[in-house]
Design a protein around this ligand. Structure first.
Ligand code: OGA
Ligand code: MN
Length: 257
């Protein structure tokens, strides 16, 4: 299409105004989906906003269905695990998948483009949380996962809570790149998820409403200096309103450490 020169400035102006309006609207929507608690130092909150991103309606309803259809035949044969009391996750089944139907591969490529600087790990993690399942507060081990974790939520809304951890104890640098957290100075252990004790009372934290079909992107400070968790059904509230938790499947991409 050839656009005549004299119309160009007006068209560019229209495009810029539309982009601006969309950016403002999307920020407002996102802010409505994050509730901050406790005393946040301003710089921390600014950094957190940059490094914990949420894109609502990242996938359409048909896309959600086509992802679900690919996963379900395998997933439905697994049993939900509830037994290990010291594990970070209860009431879940999980798998990793490398080969995807082309249309779902396209969605993952979209995730890679918006969420990651470079490549993602070839095995994508799929976590299926039962209606009464819970992800307790933890930090993903820096041994197995790089600076960015992204998740698409399928089937259910949920509330993710991120609580500031003790930087000293975790030996994480606030700038992003981090060393392996060690338990009381001992050698790094092999756990996929570390579960520090972080009492809410002394910490500042944020609750994020993760709508079904959204994508969250947790990186740098949000990934290293905060625990994350998915609230159990009985605590699943956002700003005083119950967020009903049904079965939730998340499709999680990570990059290499
Ligand atoms: C995890 C995790 C979050 C999610 O598997 O370590 O934190 O969105 N999952 O399911
Ligand atoms: Mn995690």
């Amino acid at each position: 299409m050839i656009i005549q020169n004299r119309r160009l400035p007006r068209i560019i102006g229209q495009i810029l105004r539309r982009c601006h309006r969309q950016a403002v609207e999307s920020n407002a929507r996102k802010d409505n989906l994050t509730a901050y608690f406790g005393k946040w130092p301003e710089t921390e909150q600014t950094e957190f906003r940059q490094h914990m991103r949420l894109i609502t309606d990242f996938i359409s309803e048909p896309e959600e269905q086509q992802l679900h259809e690919e996963i379900e035949p395998y997933m439905s044969r697994l049993r939900y695990e509830f037994d290990h009391w010291d594990d970070a996750i209860h009431g879940f089944r999980e798998t990793e998948r490398k080969k995807w139907f082309p249309k779902n591969r396209e969605i993952l490529e979209r995730v890679r483009q918006v969420a990651f600087d470079g490549a993602i790990m070839p095995y994508v993690h799929i976590l299926d949380l039962a209606p009464d399942g819970v992800i307790k507060p933890h930090v993903d081990s820096t041994r197995y996962c790089g600076n960015t974790i992204s998740g698409i939520s399928l089937l259910s809304d949920s509330v993710m809570r991120l609580v500031r951890t003790d930087e000293q104890r975790y030996q994480q640098q606030s700038s992003g790149s981090a060393t392996e957290p060690t338990a009381q100075g001992s050698e790094p252990d092999a756990a996929y998820r570390h579960q520090p004790e972080v009492p809410l009372g002394n910490n500042f934290y944020a609750d994020i409403l993760l709508p079904r079909r959204s994508l969250y992107i947790m990186s740098h400070t949000a990934r290293y200096n905060f625990t994350h968790e998915i609230l159990a059904k009985e605590h699943s509230q956002f700003q005083g309103t119950l967020v009903p938790r049904t079965r939730r499947i998340s499709i999680i991409c990570r990059n290499e450490p």
